[in-house]
Design a protein around this ligand. Sequence first.
Ligand code: ADE
Length: 251
Amino acid sequence: MQFDVFTLFPAVFIPYLEASILQRARAGGLLDVHLHDIRTWTTDKHHVTDDAPFGGGGGMVMKPDPVFAAVEDVLGAPPACPLILMTPQGRTFTQKVAEELAVLPRIGLLCGHYEGIDERIRQHLVTDEISIGDYVLTGGELPALILMDAISRLIPGVLGDPDGAMDDSFAMGLLEYPQYTRPAEFRGWGVPEVLLSGNHARIARWRREQALLRTLLRRPDLLENASLSDADRKYLKKVQSEVDPGASQGP
Ligand code: ADE
């Protein structure tokens, strides 16, 4: 998978890309990140990348010319792959969107900055717009890193454990079950007995029920779209009546 990132601040990406799993993925040839400094494609003496908005008002707007030149130079015209603008106005990034993008061989990411970008970039260059949540950051660099991180770990071979991404919160439509590791007793706090039992069927059922319980308590909205077995529904009904005994009795 190759990412081509168009940004005014390429340096902010480097420490994260050079650490841990993403570094290993890059070293192993599973991930290739090319950082392109938009400023390189300015043609004026002062390398200006932003200007005041037509119509007045505060703030600065990213100019279209260096952005078009950078993208067309690197990705071709028309671009050889999708070009995603990171913006709070985009569709919300979710695990499902990460899965959708993880199958692509190459993705361009455009990081907005200042108060906005010239609308012609949005209309005539960008093919998709993604937001990482309903809050506004100073630029698209952190959102681009988040997107690359979430997508990269879905590429086969990037995680040490091939099933690692499958048990994740959200991947199975539920929040993840609680995890424990050694020591079996820490400051007097133990580990659920079932996890030490060696009984894999019991462990699998316990984990499933814990995932269901956690999702019910913290993110009940996720249960609407999760794929649930009859046993899951029965368990949820039982715990729901324990949490709120009046719930199933009507007014
Ligand atoms: N740029 C600024 N805020 C953003 C957000 N929430 N998502 C994506 N890009 C952004």
